[in-house]
Design a protein around this ligand. Structure first.
Ligand SMILES: *[C@@H]1O[C@H](CO)[C@@H](O)[C@H](O)[C@H]1NC(C)=O
Ligand SMILES: *[C@@H]1O[C@H](CO)[C@@H](O)[C@H](O)[C@H]1NC(C)=O
Ligand SMILES: [Mg+2]
Length: 252
């Protein structure tokens, strides 16, 4: 009895699995390895916000994510988002009253922390996030720009948008954040909004509240770009949101 049940389970499992299995390339040098396929699916689930609240990259995907972030795919993915955002922005009719704003998140949206995550003492994917260490890195103000976002920023300024940077960095980091942005080419902004040093709300509450303040001050949020879904959901999200990739961490 136990044995036939085992057979039945195997049979069901096989029949369910086979249609998918047929779509998979046969093993061999040209075929995808099973682990690669899982990691792609994992990344897609992350980017679509089907996977929420994850605390770390699955161990078998740490290598995959590292290669993705350092390779040209990540850069091209960012470039495409920026290009689409520009197409959208070009089509808007600005009133010229200086109230049309574009909201940019900072980390992994306009500035990249890849040099930090690549450090030996950070051990990307293996040691849990350490806010003390991360904020020390932020205070160094040496994060490079994400090229696609910098180009979009320049195009938006040219089109007449006002830019607002809205970051989860704490206010005590205002000076280095400002210095870092300027050093890599984000030379002007309407507002640079940081999180109060003692603010306790979550990311969605914080960002929604700040966007609400902007709208109450008469600004129209025409576009809103971030690497976390918590940058883009909640209230006062703006006319259109743009998600740049980030399979490195999740902020809820
Ligand atoms: C912008 O204004 C032009 C000229 O009035 C009009 O043809 C166009 O449809 C408007 N575009 C949008 C997106 O409203
Ligand atoms: C976080 O980093 C700081 C600074 O490097 C270090 O002193 C501290 O021990 C770390 N905390 C944890 C929990 O690893
Ligand atoms: Mg971010």
């Amino acid at each position: 009895m136990g044995f036939s049940l085992f057979i039945l389970i195997v049979t069901i499992a096989t029949s369910v699995a086979s249609p998918i299995h047929l779509l998979m390339p046969h093993s061999g040098s040209a075929g995808l390895k099973h682990a690669d396929l899982n990691c792609l699916s994992w990344r897609l689930a992350v980017e679509t916000d089907n996977l929420k609240g994850w605390s770390h990259i699955p161990e078998s995907c740490v290598d995959y994510v590292g290669h993705y972030m350092l390779g040209k795919q990540y850069r091209e993915d960012c470039d495409l988002v920026a290009a689409e955002a520009y197409e959208y922005a070009k089509g808007l009719n600005l009133t010229g009253d200086g109230k049309d704003v574009w909201v940019f998140d900072i980390d992994e949206t306009t500035l990249s922390n890849i040099p930090y995550y690549a450090r030996d003492d950070v051990a990307f994917g293996f040691i849990p996030y350490n806010s003390t260490k991360f904020n020390q890195w932020v205070a160094e103000a040496t994060a490079p720009a994400i090229p696609g976002s910098l180009k979009l920023y320049e195009q938006l300024i040219e089109l007449g948008f006002k830019v607002v940077f809205l970051t989860g960095s704490r206010e005590y980091l205002t000076e280095p954040r400002s210095r870092n942005l300027k050093a890599v080419g984000y030379t002007q902004w309407e507002k640079l909004i940081l999180k109060g040093d003692n603010y306790q709300g979550n990311a969605v509450e914080y960002k929604s509240g700040k966007r609400k303040e902007l709208e109450e001050a008469g600004y129209r949020i025409r576009g809103n770009m971030g690497d976390q879904w918590s940058d883009l959901i909640g209230t006062n999200t703006g006319d259109r949101t743009f998600k740049v990739p980030d399979p490195m961490y999740y902020i809820g």
